[in-house]
Ligand binder design. Structure first.
Ligand SMILES: Nc1ncnc2c1ncn2[C@@H]1O[C@H](COP(=O)(O)OP(=O)(O)O)[C@@H](O)[C@H]1O
Ligand SMILES: [Mg+2]
Length: 231
């Protein structure tokens, strides 16, 4: 028996069964009108306590002085060897979280199973909000962080990643939220999991050697400390 294609507009998706989320069972993707931010590849919309990420149709690349529009799917296939960003990201998240001790799970914005309709794959994440109810700023928006707990969690993450051979290269200021807790202390929360594993750097041959992989990871963490640690 073939399933009828879901209507494009007003399509209500039921997340029950897809993820352990009970308080937010339905997502009506025609209601993605609260765009809160965007990255290079995706537009990000708020949906109550979630964010929905939708891959942009094109990315803009500057070649000499000319701006060229390249289809995102083609760009990520050639550069990262990934067919679908959002599906790949979900798998990476699942794999990371299974290797990380549970006391560090608070440093990872939860990713739910992506929702696919006939044309688009949507990535569904937990919205990172401060204790006061505002959306947490990313490290690039926040600037230097003067909080020892924040930096000791960054050290912990680096050590756990290296120890468990998790090559998380998305570690950069726009992909880390600075989350304010009830006691005013800050914790880092990772929000972007798509640049993981050597696969996404397939054209950098030295990275096939674990030594260089570790070096690259360490450098990325070190750069964060140099630019953003105010302690
Ligand atoms: N879970 C989240 N909670 C709050 N803000 C988010 C979340 N995920 C993404 N954002 C915002 O959206 C921006 C782009 O998201 P990101 O997933 O990094 O997109 P891209 O894949 O294009 O890099 C982030 O820099 C941040 O400002
Ligand atoms: Mg990003």
């Amino acid at each position: 028996m073939t399933r009828p294609n879901p209507p494009e507009d007003g399509y209500t998706l039921n997340l029950r069964g897809n993820c352990p989320l009970t308080s937010q069972p339905n997502l009506n993707l025609s209601k993605l009108n609260e765009k809160i931010s965007e990255g290079r590849y995706r537009d990000v919309y708020r949906y109550n306590e979630l964010v929905v990420k939708k891959t942009k149709p094109h990315i803009i690349k500057k070649l000499l002085f000319i701006e060229v529009r390249i289809p995102t799917s083609l760009y990520i296939l050639v550069n990262y060897a990934i067919r679908d960003l959002n599906k790949y990201e979900y798998k990476q998240y699942e794999s990371i979280i299974s290797k990380i001790p549970s006391d560090l799970h608070k440093c990872f914005a939860k990713v739910h199973k992506p929702i696919i309709n006939s044309k688009t794959c949507y990535s569904i994440h937990q919205l990172v909000i401060d204790h006061g109810g505002q959306i947490s700023k990313t490290l690039s928006e926040y600037g230097k962080v003067n909080d020892e707990q924040f930096w000791s969690l960054i050290d912990e993450l680096e050590n756990r990643f290296l120890e468990n051979r998790i090559y998380y290269f998305s570690i950069g200021p726009p992909n880390i939220c600075v989350n304010k807790q009830a006691d005013e202390r800050l914790i880092p929360v990772l929000i972007d999991y798509k640049r993981c594993g050597i696969r996404t750097f397939w054209h950098q041959l030295p990275l096939f050697f674990p030594y260089f992989l570790r070096l690259k990871m360490r450098r990325r963490f070190q750069r964060l400390r140099e630019h953003f640690n105010y302690c």
